[in-house]
Design a protein around this ligand. Structure first.
Ligand code: R1P
Ligand code: MN
Ligand code: MN
Length: 406
């Protein structure tokens, strides 16, 4: 029985890539810097304290993969632990350091074209585009129109939005058009409808995603984003290994969390929604228990990125990693004879880095299962090595990019 479980710890980079210089990210290291802060006692919060404690991920080779990526073994992890998995680190071929690029490349389809970006920090969106959106969606106007952190922008403009009914438009270094609206005063359906209009109007701008950012709360300082976020992505430029498994092998691909949104539903046969790392973890366990032959169970743990990486919350990121690590054996126990478990990431988001954007980093490629030989997979030239390995494992046609490590 062939099954693969892919767990993406969104933004969990393990050291800057050679081309990080093009992104202003030389020296970034999401894991390395979190571990350093923890070891110095600078990442204590109510939930955790002291050196970073990730014994299960360390056994799978996380520390060694980070060392091979960056030259430094992460502070506080056990350098002498016996390694039971195959571990490596991978470079990104795609032009951007964003979520769709990272995920598509993992599935064997790197993004070799350039996305469109809204590079101006204020008045970010073209006037002609905004005019069309206002007209089509019959809006009283809009707020924002700038680069922003999605939580800060709620404090700055949330109350005005509630008063005026004008949606908040913002973007970032990513190829995104983000729209924040109050779930109760503006309404979730209205927001999703607006996002659909914006998605259509962006056709000529080559923008990767429109993101609906619903929030709740009575006023400044009390706003919270809800689990009803939706990502409206364009479709991957060619068939991913997910699509090939479905089309060529009549296989199943189970999306947990925002995976389906990121692939615009392409190659997904079942969608499971869950919010927050504990619920995503529970859903993953439940789906592994049910999964049959020729199945991929694919989970994105977005909170590492959205709740901790972008928020530059080192202690929060560390606590979330420790939670994940503690529960990892529950998944390992479910692995059947031929199963292949892959733990990886889609880009970095170093919480010690300046600004609030992603960082161009190697991703970890941790592979385990009863038949997987322990040891180093070294530096992989592209995230697509994962997709190519899955193509080989499931016996689909080859991907155009990547080299199998199986
Ligand atoms: O600051 P928030 O709203 O979390 O936005 C972040 O989330 C978006 C998608 O990953 C990125 O473009 C980044 O701007
Ligand atoms: Mn991401
Ligand atoms: Mn992000």
């Amino acid at each position: 029985m062939k099954r693969s479980i892919i767990l993406v710890l969104d933004s969990f980079g393990i050291g800057a890539t050679e081309d990080a210089v093009d992104f202003g990210d030389v020296g970034s290291n999401t894991l390395g810097h979190i571990a350093e802060r923890c070891a110095r006692g600078e990442a204590d919060n109510g939930e955790r304290s002291g050196p970073l404690h990730l014994p299960n991920l360390t056994k799978l080779g996380l520390g060694k993969a980070c060392e091979e990526s960056s030259g430094t073994f992460p502070a506080g992890l056990d350098a002498g632990a016996e390694i039971t998995g195959a571990y490596g680190h991978a470079k990104e071929l795609s032009s951007g350091k964003d979520t769709p690029s990272g995920h598509w490349e993992i599935a064997g389809v790197p993004v070799l074209f350039d996305w469109g970006y809204f590079t101006e920090h204020s008045n970010s969106f073209p006037k002609a585009l905004l005019d069309r959106i206002v007209e089509r969606a019959n809006l009283p106007g809009y707020l924002g129109d700038c680069h922003a952190s999605g939580t800060q922008v709620l404090d700055d403009l949330g109350e005005e939005h509630m008063k005026t009914g004008k949606p908040i438009f913002y973007t970032s270094a990513d190829s995104v058009f983000q729209i924040a609206c109050h779930e109760e005063t503006y309404g979730l359906d209205n927001l999703l409808e607006l996002c659909q209009i914006v998605r259509e109007e962006l056709e000529e701008y080559n923008i990767g995603r429109v993101i609906a950012r619903p929030f709740i709360g009575p006023g400044k300082g009390q706003f919270e984003r809800t689990g009803n976020r939706r990502d409206l992505s364009v479709e991957p430029p060619s068939a991913t290994v997910l699509q090939k498994l479905v089309d060529e092998k009549n296989g199943e691909v189970v999306s947990i969390g925002k995976i389906s949104d990121i692939y615009a539903g392409c190659g997904i046969t079942k969608k499971v929604k869950a919010t927050g790392i504990p619920a995503l973890f529970d859903a993953t366990l439940a789906e592994i228990k049910q999964a049959g032959d020729n199945t991929i169970v694919f989970t994105n743990f977005v909170d590492f990125d959205s709740a901790y990486g972008h928020r530059r919350d080192v202690a929060g990121y560390a606590a979330a990693l420790e939670y994940f690590d503690k529960r990892l054996p529950e998944i390992l126990e479910l692995l059947a004879e031929d199963d292949v478990l892959i733990l990886t990431a889609d880009h970095g988001c170093d919480p010690t880095w300046e600004g609030t954007d992603h960082t161009r980093e190697h991703i970890p490629v941790l592979v385990t299962g009863p038949k997987i030989k322990a040891g180093s997979l070294g530096r992989r030239e592209t995230f697509a090595d994962i997709g190519q390995s899955l193509a080989e494992y499931f016996g689909t046609s080859d991907m155009d990019y990547g080299k199998s490590f199986l």
